[in-house]
Every structure is written in C-alpha cells, then in structure tokens.
Design a protein around this ligand. Structure first.
Ligand code: ACO
Length: 335
C-alpha cells in the first residue's frame, strides 16, 4: 500500500473532527464531500449555510448534508468564543469590540473551535495566503511545550527509489519561518524527526544542510548550522542527526564517505533540514518540478494543535490528503 493510502486507512480509524473554514470554496467543498464519502474524518464547514447548500446542490455534492455547517456571523457559541479570544489575547490589549469582529473571520473561528475543544484539527489555505492562515493559529493555539517555532515539512515522494527511504524523503522548513536562529533550526530538525516517524512512518536520518561539509567552508551561516546540529543532538539524543553537510554529501554515499568519513548520515540521509526558508522552499519546488516528485504538505509541526495550510494552487486531492494527514496528527496528539 502506498504512503497516502496508509495515511487514509489510519485516518478512517480515528474519526477526527476537521474544520474547513473555507466552506464556500468549491475545491474545499468537493474535497469535503469526498472525505465524508470515504469516512476519512467528520467535517465542519464554516460559511453561509445557504451558499454552501446551494453550491453543494449545484455540483451534485450530496454527502455535504452530513457535514456540520457553521455560520460565522450567527451561531450559538459566538459569545463563548469572543470571551475565549479576549482572554487569550488580553496581554496584547485586544478589546472585546475587536474580538467580536475577529470571531466572524472563519480563519479565527476555526482556531477558536479547536482551542475550545469543538474541533480536532483544521485545514485551510485554498483561498487564503499562508500568513493569514497561520497568524490566528500562532496567536491562539501557540506552540508545543519546549518548542518556540512552527515550521512546515514536505514528504517528498521521489520517482527514484534509490534516495531516502525507498524514494521517500522529508524536507523542512519549506513553508514558515524565514530565518531561524541556531536554536530554532535545532527545534525544526527535531520536530521534523517526529513528523517523519508519525506521518512518513520511517526512522529519520537527519542531515543539517549547508554549503559546507564538516568545516570545508568558514562563514557565520555555516556556524549557525554547526551550532544547530549540536543543540539538536542534545535535544533528541535518540535521533540520528548530523551536519553541517552539503546536499550531495547528504544523499550520495560515495560523496558522503569522502566528505564526511565516519558519518552514519552522510550519503544516507532521508530527512533534509535546510538552513533558511528560502533554501527549503526553493529546493522542494525544484525537486517537485524537475524530478517530478510528489510533494505532500506542508505538514505544520511544532504547533500545539494540528492546523495545516494548503497552497492556493491546490487540487481537490491535495485537500483530501492534507485532511487525512491532519486527522492522523490530531489522533497522535490526543494520545
Ligand atoms: N512559530 C511560532 N510562532 C510564530 C512564528 C513561528 N514560526 N512566527 C510568528 N509567530 C508568532 C509571533 O510570536 C506572534 O505571536 P504573538 O502575537 O502572540 O506575540 C504572532 O505569531 C504574530 O507574529 P508576527 O511576527 O506579527 O507574525 P507575522 O504575521 O508577521 O508573520 C508569518 C508570521 C506569517 C508566518 C511569517 O513568518 C511569514 O509570512 N512566513 C512565510 C510564510 C510563507 O509565505 N511561506 C511560503 C509559502 S508556503 C509554500 O510555498 C508551501
């Protein structure tokens, strides 16, 4: 069974409640219909109920009648969510008046539902930019204990099975944090190791990438990766992590052996941690396009609740897959 089918089979067992705040967006609605039909999760759609029901009818999406539909402007828990938001953001000076407007924003409402225990996870971004999806999540659910930074991993399914774990690799951070410090980069590496175990299903061999391998170049950017590698190893002594190394040394055994002799990771890495968002985002898109790899994600990691962001160019199956991944994350967090 391929990875996506395994993830979907697991999602079916968990029966999680996933909220989709872009309920009137047609790809989202089509995906919701498919998710309900495949029993991957229980679906909560946010949006005007009349609009959603009409769209569903016009497009033959008959299973939408099994979704919960929440009107962001008027619903019975509105006051409760306003109180919750004011309480969480009072240190930032959020007034009740401003909170009353924010709870009508589906992206805030979805996160508040999770915080209040009324949903288990969220998928959004078919119609909204990454920053707009992430900001409410950062403000309301925040990060996991011991983690200060959220990042985004991609599971790369390569055509060439000789790389990674039979063609599977995990890349991070490709989606969120523009320029992490050494400590933040270490957290990203450890979080990616956990994502690899939980979602990709294999034991991570993590390469901390740079333009230098084991001291071949001297620069403050190299120093950052060296320091991050040291911190990451201290944070997760049970994880295989090595660096700093160049990408060829990370994935080609002969080059790994010659540039980083004795390293268990060099030449055999299945997880690549990039030094900045720029490098990670550029790399995953190039591998996706030039090597015709499938890129699943971004799977957001480090957040205290499973909230995942889609690309605005996403397809219906991207949404279905990300909901299945989110359901698995939600079940893992409940454990
Ligand atoms: N992890 C955890 N919390 C964070 C992070 C992070 N990575 N970044 C910001 N925050 C928190 C802040 O601490 C702050 O919390 P507070 O209000 O409680 O103090 C809150 O989020 C807002 O912080 P700002 O600095 O105001 O955040 P801003 O909204 O300016 O930026 C954002 C955050 C949107 C994620 C920004 O870093 C960003 O735009 N990143 C790039 C996203 C992107 O465009 N990715 C590429 C496209 S995705 C793709 O191609 C797959």
């Amino acid at each position: 069974m391929d990875l996506i089918n395994k993830i979907k089979e697991n999602a079916k067992k968990h029966d999680m409640r996933i909220v989709l705040p872009e309920g009137t967006e047609i790809r989202t609605l089509t995906a919701a219909n498919q998710i309900i039909e495949e029993n991957l999760a229980r679906i909560i759609l946010i949006g005007n109920p009349q609009t959603i029901n009409q769209l569903a009818k016009d497009n033959g999406l008959l299973s939408i009648d099994k979704a919960i539909i929440l009107d962001p402007i008027s619903h019975e828990k509105k006051d409760e969510y306003i109180d919750l938001l004011v309480d969480i953001r009072k240190s930032k000076g959020l007034s009740r008046e401003d909170a009353s407007k924010l709870v009508e924003d589906p992206l805030y409402l979805a996160v508040l539902m999770i915080k209040a225990g009324d949903a288990d996870g969220e998928v959004a971004g078919a119609d909204n930019a990454t920053g707009d999806v992430l900001r409410p999540a950062f403000q309301i659910v925040k990060t996991l204990p011991g983690i200060s930074v959220v990042s985004g991993a991609f599971i790369m399914i390569l055509k060439d099975k000789e790389f990674g774990e039979d063609g599977l690799m995990v890349f991070a951070d490709c989606a969120v944090h523009p320029n992490p410090t050494a400590k933040e980069l270490a957290e990203i590496a450890v979080a990616t190791g956990h994502t690899t175990r939980a979602i990709a299903g294999f034991e991570p061999k993590i390469a901390m990438l740079s333009f230098s391998t084991k001291g071949s170049a001297k620069h403050e950017m190299v120093d950052k990766v060296v320091e991050a590698t040291k911190i990451a190893k201290e944070m997760a002594p049970d994880m295989m992590i090595d660096g700093e190394m160049q990408s060829d040394a990370a994935i080609i055994p002969a080059i790994g052996q010659s540039k980083a002799p004795g390293s268990k990771i060099a030449g055999h890495a299945n997880v690549l941690v990039f030094p900045t968002l720029e490098t990670g985002n550029i790399a995953y898109k190039l591998v996706q396009r030039l090597a015709h790899a499938e890129a699943i994600g971004p799977v957001l990691q480090g957040m205290a609740a499973p909230i995942n962001d889609l690309s605005r160019g996403c397809s219906v199956s991207d949404i279905v897959n990300l909901v299945a991944i989110t359901a698995n994350q939600a079940a893992g967090m409940k454990k």
